[in-house]
Write a protein that binds this ligand. Structure first.
Ligand code: ADP
Ligand code: MG
Length: 228
């Protein structure tokens, strides 16, 4: 009997199930949101109040899906060689509008030949969650720098921001389910991210200083693509 293995099998089943549920739930949420907004445009004062609450709760449900399952696919796990630079520039493209809305800029500097083994959807989910946290921490004149290189057989990726930062106590709680300092946070993003990085044989480290910023370092075993 191996307690640990059983636990990871359960997690596997859970994540497959969650992925297919998310896909099914997204559409009706969007449709419902549309109708509520339509009602809101015609509603009286009192009703508007209830509609506002209903919309807030709907958005909360969407946030949970985003943190958990944006890129989760209901297909069986597909492990391939991932080009880290390509994956990260795709993610950057998705997040630039969000960063701009916060008045922040993202810079990305990753050489073209960094490769690791992994699942593209899961990799995107993990790094979207990390960079989204940086964006959400930004205040004035915010910036996020993402860079990567290879060192001692490991692909190393840094994500640094000049956002709100964290104290020791907050740092020690990262990844704990439902730990969030945000009014609209889910506290599920890092839980999912840490799990994905662990499954991909990676390591993650956070350093942070309150009022100064945060740096995340993620390392994965390198893969050297042979010329065919
Ligand atoms: P959520 O983003 O929904 O709050 P997460 O699990 O993604 O949940 O993050 C948990 C908490 O960790 C956040 O609420 C925030 O307080 C803190 N955190 C994570 N990343 C950063 C960061 N780059 N800068 C400042 N705080 C962060
Ligand atoms: Mg988050």
């Amino acid at each position: 009997y191996n307690g640990k293995l059983q636990h990871s099998e359960k997690m596997e089943i859970l994540s497959e199930l969650a992925a297919s549920v998310a896909h099914e739930v997204r559409n009706p949420l969007q449709v419902t949101r549309g109708f509520l907004q339509l009602l809101d445009s015609k509603a009286a004062m009192k009703e508007k109040e209830y509609l506002k609450l209903a919309l807030t709760e709907l958005d909360r449900a969407s946030a949970i899906i985003t943190d958990f399952l944006t890129f989760a696919k209901p297909e069986l796990e597909d492990i391939t060689v991932l080009n880290v630079g390509e994956e990260l520039s795709h993610i950057e493209g998705i997040l630039i509008p969000l960063a701009n809305m916060q008045g922040g800029v993202i810079t990305l500097d990753v050489p073209p030949n960094l490769c690791i083994n992994g699942n593209s959807s899961k990799f995107k989910q993990a790094f979207i969650n990390l960079i989204k946290n940086s964006i959400e921490a930004l205040t004035d004149k915010g910036w996020i720098r993402v860079w990567g290189y290879e060192q001692e057989g490991k692909v190393t990726i840094h994500i640094q921001d000049n956002g709100a930062g964290m104290d020791e106590q907050e740092l020690s709680r990262l990844g704990e389910p439902y730990f969030s300092n945000k009014t609209k946070g889910t506290g599920l993003g890092l839980m999912v991210t840490l799990r994905i990085i662990e499954v991909m044989q990676g390591e993650i480290k956070f350093t942070s200083k309150k009022g100064v910023g945060t740096e995340v370092v993620v390392r994965f075993p390198s893969v050297y693509e042979k010329a065919m």
